[in-house]
Ligand binder design. Structure first.
Ligand SMILES: [Zn+2]
Length: 436
Protein backbone atom coordinates (compact mmCIF):
# COMPACT_ATOMS: atom_id res chain seq x y z
CA UNK A 1 0.00 0.00 0.00
CA UNK A 2 1.23 3.47 -0.91
CA UNK A 3 1.43 6.03 1.90
CA UNK A 4 2.73 9.60 2.25
CA UNK A 5 5.27 9.41 5.09
CA UNK A 6 6.94 6.70 7.14
CA UNK A 7 8.79 7.72 10.30
CA UNK A 8 11.03 4.84 11.28
CA UNK A 9 13.06 3.84 14.34
CA UNK A 10 12.10 6.80 16.53
CA UNK A 11 11.60 6.82 20.30
CA UNK A 12 7.86 7.27 20.17
CA UNK A 13 5.93 9.01 22.91
CA UNK A 14 2.70 7.16 22.31
CA UNK A 15 -0.40 7.93 24.31
CA UNK A 16 -0.75 5.80 27.45
CA UNK A 17 2.29 3.67 26.59
CA UNK A 18 5.89 3.73 27.70
CA UNK A 19 8.21 5.42 25.19
CA UNK A 20 9.58 2.77 22.82
CA UNK A 21 11.40 2.49 19.51
CA UNK A 22 8.84 2.09 16.77
CA UNK A 23 7.61 3.47 13.43
CA UNK A 24 4.62 5.52 12.26
CA UNK A 25 2.80 5.31 8.93
CA UNK A 26 1.13 8.55 7.83
CA UNK A 27 -1.24 9.10 4.96
CA UNK A 28 -3.99 11.58 4.03
CA UNK A 29 -2.91 13.77 6.94
CA UNK A 30 -3.60 11.04 9.49
CA UNK A 31 -1.74 8.45 11.53
CA UNK A 32 -2.48 5.14 9.82
CA UNK A 33 -0.47 2.72 11.92
CA UNK A 34 2.10 2.63 14.71
CA UNK A 35 4.35 -0.40 15.07
CA UNK A 36 7.47 -2.22 14.09
CA UNK A 37 8.46 -3.37 10.61
CA UNK A 38 6.16 -1.00 8.81
CA UNK A 39 8.79 -0.47 6.14
CA UNK A 40 8.05 -3.86 4.61
CA UNK A 41 4.33 -3.27 4.74
CA UNK A 42 4.10 0.19 3.19
CA UNK A 43 5.52 1.93 0.15
CA UNK A 44 6.15 5.45 1.48
CA UNK A 45 6.72 8.51 -0.70
CA UNK A 46 8.95 9.90 2.04
CA UNK A 47 10.87 7.99 4.70
CA UNK A 48 12.14 9.87 7.75
CA UNK A 49 14.85 8.08 9.69
CA UNK A 50 14.16 9.01 13.30
CA UNK A 51 17.04 7.08 14.83
CA UNK A 52 18.21 8.94 17.95
CA UNK A 53 15.14 11.14 17.90
CA UNK A 54 12.19 11.53 20.22
CA UNK A 55 8.98 11.41 18.18
CA UNK A 56 6.12 13.06 20.00
CA UNK A 57 2.86 14.96 19.46
CA UNK A 58 3.41 18.62 18.58
CA UNK A 59 2.99 21.16 21.34
CA UNK A 60 -0.33 22.97 21.62
CA UNK A 61 -0.11 26.62 22.57
CA UNK A 62 -3.47 27.65 24.00
CA UNK A 63 -2.84 31.36 24.51
CA UNK A 64 -0.94 33.55 22.09
CA UNK A 65 -0.97 36.85 20.22
CA UNK A 66 0.93 35.66 17.17
CA UNK A 67 0.90 38.94 15.25
CA UNK A 68 2.62 40.75 18.12
CA UNK A 69 5.87 39.17 16.94
CA UNK A 70 7.32 42.51 15.80
CA UNK A 71 6.85 43.94 19.33
CA UNK A 72 9.27 41.41 20.86
CA UNK A 73 11.58 43.27 23.24
CA UNK A 74 10.02 46.65 22.47
CA UNK A 75 9.32 47.41 26.14
CA UNK A 76 10.28 45.28 29.12
CA UNK A 77 10.53 45.42 32.89
CA UNK A 78 7.27 47.33 33.43
CA UNK A 79 3.97 46.69 35.28
CA UNK A 80 1.18 45.25 33.08
CA UNK A 81 -0.99 48.38 32.88
CA UNK A 82 1.91 50.72 32.13
CA UNK A 83 3.38 48.28 29.62
CA UNK A 84 0.01 48.06 27.86
CA UNK A 85 -1.11 51.70 27.93
CA UNK A 86 2.23 53.45 27.39
CA UNK A 87 3.89 51.07 24.95
CA UNK A 88 1.84 48.28 23.39
CA UNK A 89 -1.43 50.12 22.72
CA UNK A 90 0.26 53.20 21.17
CA UNK A 91 2.34 51.14 18.71
CA UNK A 92 -0.68 49.01 17.90
CA UNK A 93 -2.66 52.16 17.27
CA UNK A 94 -0.02 53.40 14.89
CA UNK A 95 0.88 50.22 13.01
CA UNK A 96 -2.02 47.75 13.07
CA UNK A 97 -3.29 47.07 9.58
CA UNK A 98 -4.21 44.02 7.55
CA UNK A 99 -0.82 44.02 5.84
CA UNK A 100 1.09 44.43 9.12
CA UNK A 101 -0.80 41.55 10.75
CA UNK A 102 -0.24 39.25 7.78
CA UNK A 103 3.53 39.88 7.88
CA UNK A 104 3.82 39.78 11.66
CA UNK A 105 1.68 36.64 11.94
CA UNK A 106 3.83 34.86 9.37
CA UNK A 107 6.89 35.65 11.46
CA UNK A 108 5.10 34.50 14.62
CA UNK A 109 3.90 31.26 12.99
CA UNK A 110 7.46 30.55 11.83
CA UNK A 111 8.70 31.08 15.37
CA UNK A 112 6.00 28.75 16.72
CA UNK A 113 7.04 25.94 14.36
CA UNK A 114 10.69 26.42 15.33
CA UNK A 115 9.53 25.78 18.90
CA UNK A 116 7.65 22.61 18.01
CA UNK A 117 4.19 24.15 18.24
CA UNK A 118 1.79 22.52 15.80
CA UNK A 119 -1.43 24.21 16.97
CA UNK A 120 -1.95 27.61 18.53
CA UNK A 121 -5.01 29.33 19.94
CA UNK A 122 -4.71 33.03 19.32
CA UNK A 123 -6.33 36.27 20.40
CA UNK A 124 -5.84 39.25 18.13
CA UNK A 125 -7.31 41.24 15.24
CA UNK A 126 -7.43 40.77 11.46
CA UNK A 127 -7.90 37.01 11.86
CA UNK A 128 -8.33 36.61 8.11
CA UNK A 129 -4.75 37.73 7.53
CA UNK A 130 -3.46 35.53 10.37
CA UNK A 131 -5.36 32.60 8.85
CA UNK A 132 -3.73 33.23 5.45
CA UNK A 133 -0.27 33.29 7.03
CA UNK A 134 -0.97 30.16 9.09
CA UNK A 135 -2.19 28.29 6.00
CA UNK A 136 0.80 29.47 3.97
CA UNK A 137 3.31 28.13 6.48
CA UNK A 138 1.14 25.09 7.30
CA UNK A 139 0.32 25.48 11.01
CA UNK A 140 -2.99 24.64 12.70
CA UNK A 141 -4.72 27.56 14.44
CA UNK A 142 -7.79 28.55 16.39
CA UNK A 143 -8.09 32.28 15.77
CA UNK A 144 -9.93 34.24 18.41
CA UNK A 145 -10.96 37.63 17.10
CA UNK A 146 -10.53 40.12 19.94
CA UNK A 147 -13.70 41.77 21.25
CA UNK A 148 -13.54 45.12 23.07
CA UNK A 149 -16.10 47.85 23.79
CA UNK A 150 -13.91 50.58 22.34
CA UNK A 151 -13.17 51.01 18.63
CA UNK A 152 -10.10 48.97 17.80
CA UNK A 153 -8.07 48.04 14.71
CA UNK A 154 -10.53 48.34 11.81
CA UNK A 155 -13.70 47.94 13.88
CA UNK A 156 -15.92 50.73 15.15
CA UNK A 157 -17.71 48.57 17.70
CA UNK A 158 -18.14 45.02 18.97
CA UNK A 159 -21.09 44.30 16.65
CA UNK A 160 -18.78 44.76 13.67
CA UNK A 161 -16.41 42.24 15.23
CA UNK A 162 -19.22 39.72 15.76
CA UNK A 163 -20.26 40.11 12.11
CA UNK A 164 -16.63 39.60 11.06
CA UNK A 165 -16.36 36.40 13.13
CA UNK A 166 -19.49 35.03 11.43
CA UNK A 167 -18.01 35.80 8.03
CA UNK A 168 -14.67 34.20 8.88
CA UNK A 169 -16.35 31.16 10.39
CA UNK A 170 -18.08 30.60 7.04
CA UNK A 171 -15.00 31.37 4.98
CA UNK A 172 -12.79 28.85 6.79
CA UNK A 173 -15.42 26.23 7.52
CA UNK A 174 -13.80 23.74 5.13
CA UNK A 175 -10.21 24.56 6.08
CA UNK A 176 -8.36 21.63 7.64
CA UNK A 177 -6.11 23.98 9.60
CA UNK A 178 -8.15 27.01 10.62
CA UNK A 179 -10.97 27.55 13.11
CA UNK A 180 -12.29 30.85 14.36
CA UNK A 181 -13.20 31.70 17.96
CA UNK A 182 -14.72 34.59 19.91
CA UNK A 183 -12.16 36.29 22.15
CA UNK A 184 -13.48 38.96 24.51
CA UNK A 185 -10.23 40.62 25.61
CA UNK A 186 -11.00 40.87 29.35
CA UNK A 187 -13.73 41.86 31.79
CA UNK A 188 -12.18 45.33 32.16
CA UNK A 189 -12.26 46.05 28.40
CA UNK A 190 -15.48 44.26 27.50
CA UNK A 191 -18.78 45.10 29.26
CA UNK A 192 -21.51 42.68 30.28
CA UNK A 193 -23.61 43.29 27.18
CA UNK A 194 -20.79 42.36 24.81
CA UNK A 195 -19.67 39.44 26.96
CA UNK A 196 -23.17 37.99 26.68
CA UNK A 197 -23.26 38.60 22.93
CA UNK A 198 -19.85 36.91 22.63
CA UNK A 199 -21.07 33.87 24.55
CA UNK A 200 -24.28 33.65 22.50
CA UNK A 201 -22.37 33.84 19.22
CA UNK A 202 -19.90 31.14 20.32
CA UNK A 203 -22.76 28.86 21.35
CA UNK A 204 -24.64 29.49 18.11
CA UNK A 205 -21.65 28.74 15.89
CA UNK A 206 -20.30 25.97 18.13
CA UNK A 207 -16.93 27.68 18.49
CA UNK A 208 -14.58 28.45 21.34
CA UNK A 209 -14.54 31.41 23.75
CA UNK A 210 -11.11 32.68 24.76
CA UNK A 211 -10.62 35.37 27.44
CA UNK A 212 -7.93 36.88 29.70
CA UNK A 213 -9.14 36.54 33.29
CA UNK A 214 -7.85 37.18 36.81
CA UNK A 215 -4.39 38.05 35.55
CA UNK A 216 -3.65 40.55 38.33
CA UNK A 217 -4.85 41.17 41.89
CA UNK A 218 -5.99 44.62 40.85
CA UNK A 219 -8.32 43.18 38.21
CA UNK A 220 -9.98 41.02 40.88
CA UNK A 221 -10.29 43.92 43.33
CA UNK A 222 -11.81 46.19 40.68
CA UNK A 223 -14.30 43.50 39.69
CA UNK A 224 -15.40 43.01 43.31
CA UNK A 225 -15.74 46.79 43.73
CA UNK A 226 -17.86 47.11 40.59
CA UNK A 227 -20.00 43.98 40.73
CA UNK A 228 -19.67 42.58 44.27
CA UNK A 229 -18.42 39.38 42.68
CA UNK A 230 -15.07 37.84 41.89
CA UNK A 231 -14.26 37.56 38.13
CA UNK A 232 -15.30 33.92 37.63
CA UNK A 233 -18.46 34.45 39.71
CA UNK A 234 -19.25 37.56 37.68
CA UNK A 235 -18.96 35.72 34.34
CA UNK A 236 -20.91 32.79 35.75
CA UNK A 237 -23.73 35.12 36.86
CA UNK A 238 -24.76 35.48 33.20
CA UNK A 239 -23.90 31.99 32.01
CA UNK A 240 -20.62 32.79 30.24
CA UNK A 241 -19.22 29.34 31.03
CA UNK A 242 -22.06 27.58 29.22
CA UNK A 243 -19.78 28.00 26.23
CA UNK A 244 -16.51 26.14 25.64
CA UNK A 245 -14.17 28.55 27.37
CA UNK A 246 -10.39 28.78 27.57
CA UNK A 247 -9.38 31.14 30.34
CA UNK A 248 -5.90 32.61 29.99
CA UNK A 249 -3.86 33.28 33.16
CA UNK A 250 -6.48 32.58 35.89
CA UNK A 251 -3.96 33.22 38.64
CA UNK A 252 -6.15 34.84 41.29
CA UNK A 253 -8.93 32.27 41.65
CA UNK A 254 -10.48 31.12 44.92
CA UNK A 255 -12.09 27.83 45.93
CA UNK A 256 -15.62 28.72 44.82
CA UNK A 257 -14.33 29.94 41.45
CA UNK A 258 -12.41 26.69 40.94
CA UNK A 259 -15.62 24.77 41.59
CA UNK A 260 -17.42 26.86 38.96
CA UNK A 261 -14.68 26.24 36.39
CA UNK A 262 -14.60 22.54 37.15
CA UNK A 263 -18.40 22.18 36.94
CA UNK A 264 -18.41 23.88 33.53
CA UNK A 265 -15.46 21.95 32.03
CA UNK A 266 -13.61 25.20 31.52
CA UNK A 267 -9.92 24.95 30.64
CA UNK A 268 -7.03 27.10 31.83
CA UNK A 269 -4.12 28.34 29.74
CA UNK A 270 -1.15 28.68 32.09
CA UNK A 271 1.25 31.47 31.05
CA UNK A 272 4.06 31.13 33.54
CA UNK A 273 6.78 33.12 31.77
CA UNK A 274 4.56 36.06 30.97
CA UNK A 275 3.16 36.13 34.51
CA UNK A 276 6.61 35.94 36.04
CA UNK A 277 7.98 38.72 33.86
CA UNK A 278 5.05 41.05 34.49
CA UNK A 279 4.95 39.96 38.16
CA UNK A 280 1.24 39.29 37.68
CA UNK A 281 1.18 36.62 40.30
CA UNK A 282 2.58 33.41 41.67
CA UNK A 283 -0.38 31.37 42.79
CA UNK A 284 -0.42 27.62 43.10
CA UNK A 285 -2.14 25.66 40.34
CA UNK A 286 -2.13 22.44 42.35
CA UNK A 287 -5.70 22.93 43.49
CA UNK A 288 -6.82 23.09 39.84
CA UNK A 289 -5.69 19.51 39.47
CA UNK A 290 -7.46 18.59 42.72
CA UNK A 291 -10.65 20.12 41.32
CA UNK A 292 -10.25 18.31 37.99
CA UNK A 293 -9.86 21.52 35.97
CA UNK A 294 -8.10 20.89 32.64
CA UNK A 295 -4.77 22.69 32.34
CA UNK A 296 -2.93 23.64 29.17
CA UNK A 297 0.02 25.85 28.30
CA UNK A 298 0.09 29.22 26.60
CA UNK A 299 3.07 31.35 25.73
CA UNK A 300 1.20 34.65 25.62
CA UNK A 301 2.65 37.09 23.07
CA UNK A 302 6.38 37.51 22.49
CA UNK A 303 5.98 41.11 23.64
CA UNK A 304 5.49 39.85 27.19
CA UNK A 305 7.30 36.52 27.28
CA UNK A 306 9.63 37.10 25.18
CA UNK A 307 9.93 33.75 23.41
CA UNK A 308 7.61 30.98 22.25
CA UNK A 309 9.34 28.00 23.81
CA UNK A 310 6.88 25.49 25.24
CA UNK A 311 9.84 23.48 26.54
CA UNK A 312 10.80 26.51 28.64
CA UNK A 313 7.17 26.97 29.78
CA UNK A 314 7.01 23.34 30.94
CA UNK A 315 10.27 23.67 32.81
CA UNK A 316 9.40 26.98 34.51
CA UNK A 317 5.87 25.90 35.37
CA UNK A 318 6.93 22.63 36.92
CA UNK A 319 9.71 24.22 38.97
CA UNK A 320 7.66 27.23 40.05
CA UNK A 321 4.77 25.03 41.18
CA UNK A 322 7.13 22.74 43.11
CA UNK A 323 8.66 25.74 44.86
CA UNK A 324 5.32 27.41 45.64
CA UNK A 325 3.86 24.23 47.11
CA UNK A 326 7.11 23.25 48.82
CA UNK A 327 6.62 19.86 47.18
CA UNK A 328 9.03 18.51 44.54
CA UNK A 329 6.66 15.66 43.63
CA UNK A 330 3.94 17.79 42.03
CA UNK A 331 3.79 18.63 38.33
CA UNK A 332 6.15 15.76 37.40
CA UNK A 333 7.71 15.68 33.94
CA UNK A 334 5.25 13.28 32.30
CA UNK A 335 2.29 15.29 33.55
CA UNK A 336 3.84 18.52 32.25
CA UNK A 337 4.27 17.00 28.77
CA UNK A 338 0.64 15.88 28.83
CA UNK A 339 -0.50 19.37 29.86
CA UNK A 340 1.45 20.80 26.89
CA UNK A 341 -0.03 18.31 24.40
CA UNK A 342 -3.27 16.47 25.19
CA UNK A 343 -4.23 19.13 27.78
CA UNK A 344 -4.13 21.70 24.99
CA UNK A 345 -6.18 19.47 22.70
CA UNK A 346 -8.82 19.09 25.43
CA UNK A 347 -8.88 22.84 26.00
CA UNK A 348 -9.52 23.46 22.30
CA UNK A 349 -12.11 20.64 22.13
CA UNK A 350 -9.95 18.85 19.58
CA UNK A 351 -9.06 15.84 21.66
CA UNK A 352 -10.40 13.44 19.05
CA UNK A 353 -8.14 14.92 16.37
CA UNK A 354 -4.85 16.07 17.92
CA UNK A 355 -2.76 16.09 21.11
CA UNK A 356 -1.38 12.54 21.04
CA UNK A 357 0.14 9.98 18.73
CA UNK A 358 -2.75 7.59 18.16
CA UNK A 359 -4.04 5.79 15.09
CA UNK A 360 -6.75 7.84 13.37
CA UNK A 361 -5.62 11.20 14.73
CA UNK A 362 -4.22 13.97 12.55
CA UNK A 363 -0.46 13.62 12.10
CA UNK A 364 0.85 16.61 14.09
CA UNK A 365 4.24 15.28 15.11
CA UNK A 366 7.63 16.67 16.10
CA UNK A 367 11.05 15.02 16.05
CA UNK A 368 13.67 15.96 18.62
CA UNK A 369 17.35 15.11 18.26
CA UNK A 370 18.95 13.46 21.29
CA UNK A 371 22.26 12.54 19.65
CA UNK A 372 24.12 15.42 21.24
CA UNK A 373 26.09 16.21 24.40
CA UNK A 374 23.24 18.09 26.08
CA UNK A 375 20.78 15.23 25.60
CA UNK A 376 23.04 12.32 26.59
CA UNK A 377 22.75 10.18 28.52
CA UNK A 378 18.96 9.79 28.42
CA UNK A 379 17.11 7.55 30.88
CA UNK A 380 13.66 9.06 30.50
CA UNK A 381 12.46 11.15 27.52
CA UNK A 382 9.86 12.95 29.68
CA UNK A 383 12.56 14.12 32.07
CA UNK A 384 14.64 15.46 29.17
CA UNK A 385 11.69 17.21 27.58
CA UNK A 386 10.96 19.22 30.71
CA UNK A 387 14.36 19.64 32.37
CA UNK A 388 17.17 19.26 29.79
CA UNK A 389 16.27 20.00 26.20
CA UNK A 390 15.80 23.29 24.37
CA UNK A 391 13.78 24.13 21.27
CA UNK A 392 17.03 24.09 19.26
CA UNK A 393 16.96 20.29 19.40
CA UNK A 394 13.56 20.16 17.70
CA UNK A 395 14.56 19.22 14.14
CA UNK A 396 11.48 18.23 12.15
CA UNK A 397 7.84 19.27 12.38
CA UNK A 398 4.91 17.57 10.65
CA UNK A 399 1.46 19.17 10.71
CA UNK A 400 -1.64 17.58 9.24
CA UNK A 401 0.57 14.94 7.63
CA UNK A 402 2.83 17.45 5.87
CA UNK A 403 6.45 18.24 6.67
CA UNK A 404 6.66 21.96 7.51
CA UNK A 405 10.15 22.00 9.05
CA UNK A 406 13.02 19.72 8.00
CA UNK A 407 16.27 19.75 9.90
CA UNK A 408 15.30 23.15 11.40
CA UNK A 409 14.60 24.72 8.00
CA UNK A 410 11.06 25.82 7.27
CA UNK A 411 9.74 24.13 4.14
CA UNK A 412 7.02 26.49 2.87
CA UNK A 413 8.69 29.80 3.44
CA UNK A 414 11.94 31.61 2.71
CA UNK A 415 13.39 32.29 6.16
CA UNK A 416 15.72 35.01 4.85
CA UNK A 417 12.72 37.05 3.72
CA UNK A 418 11.11 36.81 7.15
CA UNK A 419 14.28 38.06 8.81
CA UNK A 420 14.61 41.00 6.39
CA UNK A 421 10.99 41.99 6.94
CA UNK A 422 11.39 41.89 10.71
CA UNK A 423 14.38 44.24 10.42
CA UNK A 424 12.38 46.58 8.19
CA UNK A 425 9.51 46.84 10.69
CA UNK A 426 11.92 47.14 13.63
CA UNK A 427 13.33 50.33 12.09
CA UNK A 428 9.88 51.85 11.57
CA UNK A 429 8.65 50.93 15.06
CA UNK A 430 11.85 52.11 16.74
CA UNK A 431 11.61 55.48 14.95
CA UNK A 432 8.02 55.96 16.14
CA UNK A 433 8.92 54.92 19.65
CA UNK A 434 11.79 57.40 19.68
CA UNK A 435 9.64 60.33 18.46
CA UNK A 436 7.02 59.47 21.02
ZN1 LIG B 1 -2.55 37.43 26.50
Amino acid sequence: MKIDILIKNGIIIEFDKNPAISSIAITDGKILEIGKELEQKYDAKQIIDATNKIVMPGFINTHSHVAMSYFKGLADDLPLQEWLSKHIWPVENKFLSAEFVEDAALHGCAEMIKNGITTFSDMYFFGDQTAMSAEKIGIRAVLGEGVLDLPVANYQNADEIFAYIRKMHDKYEKSELIDFAVAPHAIYTCGKENLIKAKDLALELGILLHIHLSETKQEVQNCIKKTGLRPVEYLDSFGFFEGDVVVAHAIWIDENEQNILSKNNTSIAINTNSNLKLASGFDSFKSYLDHGVNLSIGTDGVASNNNLSIIEEMSFTSKMQKALNNDPTIFPAKEMVQIATIGGAKALKKCDQIGSIEVGKRADIILIDINNIEAQPMYDPYSHLVYSLTSEQIKDVIINGKIVMKDRQLVNIEEKELIEKAKYYQKKIAEFNHVR
